[in-house]
Design a protein around this ligand. Sequence first.
Ligand code: PEP
Ligand code: MG
Length: 559
Amino acid sequence: MKKIQGIGVSGGIAIGSACLIRQAALSYSKESSLTQVAEKSRLNKAIADYTESTKAAAANLRTRVGDHDAAILEGHLLMLNDPCLRGEIDDMLAKGATAEHAAAAVLESYIIVFTASEDDLTRQRAADVRDIKNALLALLQEKSTAALTLPENAILVTEELTPSMLAALTDSPPTGILTAKGSITSHAAILAGTMGIPAVFSAEGGIGQITDGTVVILNGSSGEVILSPDESTLQTHTSRAAAEREVRAALASFADKPTLSADGKAFCLFCNIGTPAEASLVKASGGEGIGLMRSEFLFMDRTSPPDEEEQYEAYKSAAEAIEGKPLIIRTLDIGGDKAIPSLGIEHEENPFLGHRAIRYCLSHEALFKTQLRAILRASKHGDVRIMLPLIISPSEIRAVKALLEACREELSLDPIPLGIMIETPAAVLTADILAREADFFSIGTNDLTQYVLTADRGNRAAAALYDPFHPAVLRAIRHVIHAAKSAKIPVAMCGEAAADPRMIPLLMAMGLDEFSTSPSKTLACRAEIAKWSLPDATALLERVMAAERVEEVRDILQN
Ligand code: PEP
Ligand code: MG
């Protein structure tokens, strides 16, 4: 038995026999002995075959998984038909290159450019170009791997998974996927997630020891992989996987249902996402919209902030991926535990109490306006709304409104809803005042809990104190919901507590309108809401609110 570690990119436990897929070794000469016309016609035939098989694979994906996933493959065709790229290939053919060499050299130059990008998403596009290159070379050498059939219970083990490889496997999908390369933001990872296949990527150095038939256990959440497990490890994981499958099957029945309490009251159930790529998970996970897009992820891991165009493309792609459902984009929430080196935030003694989030944005007007303009432009592609983090005063909202108005006039665009996060004690206590300026509230319990209890959310030593079930936090939440109801504006919760099954009936009884959770928790949240009638939830809430200590609250909820 041996353990290796990779990155969990698609959750769930998978157990099966390894099935290795190696990229066929292709060799070709660089200089052609044929005429340029003959080479061009070989290339055109390969491109036509590739286009046909890609369109068929996209149609297959569209019926089985969804529009957005099919669009990933159709994107390959757009890339291949790019006039500039095709012109470069033609130039090489004119100089006497073989079709193989011309296609490989030009596509490789794009792979190098994409790989060198500072932006993670752009870097991942290198894998898409590699996918196109390999497919074209295989077609030119008549070594197409189009129809892949795997045995049952196969764990697909490969160097790098490509979207077309997965698309070719929709008829005999693997039980799990293990690769040496690839990241969580790659298209292949997104596809594996929507197809519900547990997957671990980037188990570099470990997969060389695997041969066809090796028994593999992989955990797509933790990234842990066990090779040739002993009997007792196999049994433990087999029963865990079976229990997980049962829960998933039960939850799957909630996928296309509305979010209703046991006595028929409707709630909204949205998802929290970081990258635009995650937007494609929302529909598949049963979400009715995006309640929080943490835009700061676009600014991380790079040396300069994204410009307006790049942000616009990112917001637009999220809006399009959820097909007209609400998309709430939170403006840049940096500082605290979210460091963004490229923005040069000065070292602070108390970063959580410092120059973070809306405070930073309002003092960096050019940077903030770039984001507001990008969001406004993206609003033409869906139901886009703006949300402001860390608000403590109505003057902050008014200042944003003035900037937003200026951007709107520059762009001649319609107004869009402007809501705020309620995550500071000041916002809780003045919720009635803030409600006059905001179109909606979303309660951020991750921060609210730390500020109400003065217990740093990231400090292990304070972890025992950090508890959203503390009577002070529960009273804060109830107060905010009442204020929103009195002002007749919708109120959501996008902090982690919204997905906690013990918190859900309390929030239902308090009158929360919308729950926003990570996509992996959406169905469980809907199932929990369906368990409770409003009178039962209210009776529980009354008992909980009568408790004086957090331990009492937990005891009541435990029973
Ligand atoms: C929150 O504070 O509850 C929240 C949702 O925002 P973040 O976790 O990004 O600070
Ligand atoms: Mg927060």
